[in-house]
Design a protein around this ligand. Structure first.
Ligand code: HEC
Length: 158
């Protein structure tokens, strides 16, 4: 009798456990339709966000565009077409020699994963941001392919 009761309890517990993990799993799955998904390994995101090679020319246009990338508000770099450049951040010259492609991708997606105190915006993040203007809520600053384009440009800055 005792052992039967114990078995019943164990079965109840198992049922509870499996329904709650199923609930958590489906919550995670539905969250992904809003939040962009990537996998961080160490201080890098090794895999492309899109599987489509980035275009360094398009990346260059994004970086030197004052409305889209805003990179040169803080950074300087070998971009003769952009006359006013920032000095709040390291020059982007040689970034591809200092960092791997995956390390650059992580810094583009969410620089706070490399430096929690960074002032650099998270260009491909919707989770965990504070003070986001209405128009930007649930949206990333750059698209996945734009991130890949900028990463391709940065890799080329040797
Ligand atoms: C508001 C300022 C700001 C903006 C805008 C900004 N960054 Fe940064 N970025 C920084 C700072 C500061 C660092 C130095 C590391 C840190 O504090 O996270 C950095 C680091 C980096 C690094 C690593 C540099 C190195 O060699 O150490 C890269 C690459 C980079 N940024 C690229 C970009 C690109 C590309 C853009 C635009 C799409 C951009 N950043 C926009 C502030 C900014």
């Amino acid at each position: 009798m005792q052992s039967r009761w114990r078995m019943l309890k164990a079965m109840l517990l198992l049922t509870c456990l499996s329904t709650s993990t199923a609930g958590a799993l489906s919550a995670a799955a539905s969250a992904q339709t809003h939040a962009p998904a990537w996998q961080q390994i160490g201080d890098a995101i090794p895999a492309s966000l899109t599987g489509v090679a980035g275009d360094p020319q398009r990346g260059r246009a994004i970086v030197s565009n004052r409305r889209l990338g805003l990179c040169l508000l803080c950074h300087s770099g070998p971009f003769a077409e952009a006359p006013f450049q920032g000095d709040l951040a390291p020059s982007l010259a040689g970034a591809g020699a200092r960092w791997s492609e995956g390390q650059l991708r992580l810094r583009m997606v969410d620089a706070s994963k490399a430096n929690p105190d960074t002032i650099m915006p998270a260009y491909f993040q919707t989770a965990g941001l504070t003070q986001v203007g209405g128009a930007w809520r649930e949206k990333t600053i750059l698209s996945a392919q734009q991130i890949e384009d900028v990463v391709a440009l940065l890799v080329s800055l040797q």
